[in-house]
Design a binder for this molecule. Structure first.
Ligand SMILES: C[S@@+](CC[C@H](N)C(=O)[O-])C[C@H]1O[C@@H](n2cnc3c(N)ncnc32)[C@H](O)[C@@H]1O
Length: 173
């Protein structure tokens, strides 16, 4: 069977942050892959799961509380123009030109939870292309005025394997 991106266990950091969110809110899982975080959220939250990979989103359609959207997030046409939600989750995906649009998806009172690879990761493995790696302080610098930063961390993790990572939990005000 073909393995989809992200069909392993959910990120422990994201799982703990998602657990703090209230029941029944609207969430987006951006570049959801096989949907490990969509599946985690769906028992409690309403999730829009987005990916350009048809097989990824198809595997999620039919789950209760989940809507799927097969769309390219890297063209001039942003597919989420009319969307504002309470929670945006981004895991292991980064496309610099769309970063401000990701923040725009969050409605006031809502949260962005972002966890992905950061610069320097190439010495440990993939991704190594700087286009897909968050520069030092880049997420912080992109936060719109007035947001509350609940957590920001960027550095080396050892577990499950060495990688340069960044985590951001921020709230739109
Ligand atoms: C490394 S996987 C991460 C999947 C998931 N977020 C997770 O952590 O389990 C990256 C995902 O980004 C998706 N992706 C890459 N480029 C994309 C694009 N231009 N538009 C939409 N999705 C894209 C891929 O299809 C893939 O599912």
């Amino acid at each position: 069977m073909t393995r989809l991106h992200g069909d392993e266990s959910p990120s422990r950091w994201l799982a703990s942050r998602i657990a703090d969110q209230p029941d029944g809110i609207q969430a987006i899982d951006l570049a959801c892959g096989a949907g490990r975080h969509t599946r985690l959220m769906a028992p409690r939250l309403h999730v829009l799961a987005i990916d350009r990979d048809t097989s990824a989103v198809t595997s999620l359609s039919g789950l209760a509380n989940v809507r799927v959207l097969c769309a390219d997030l890297e063209t001039s046409i942003w597919p989420l123009n009319d969307h504002k939600v309470d929670l945006v989750v981004v895991s292991n995906y980064f496309w610099r030109p769309s970063l401000s649009r990701v923040f725009d998806l969050v409605r006031p009172g809502g949260w962005l939870l972002y966890e992905t690879f950061s610069e320097g990761n190439g010495q440990y493995g993939k991704p190594s292309n700087p286009d897909f790696l968050v520069r030092k302080g880049e997420l912080l610098a992109a936060i719109p005025p007035g947001w509350i930063i609940h957590e920001h961390w960027q550095g080396l993790i050892e577990d499950p394997k060495p990688a340069m990572r960044v985590r951001l939990a921020a709230e739109c005000r």
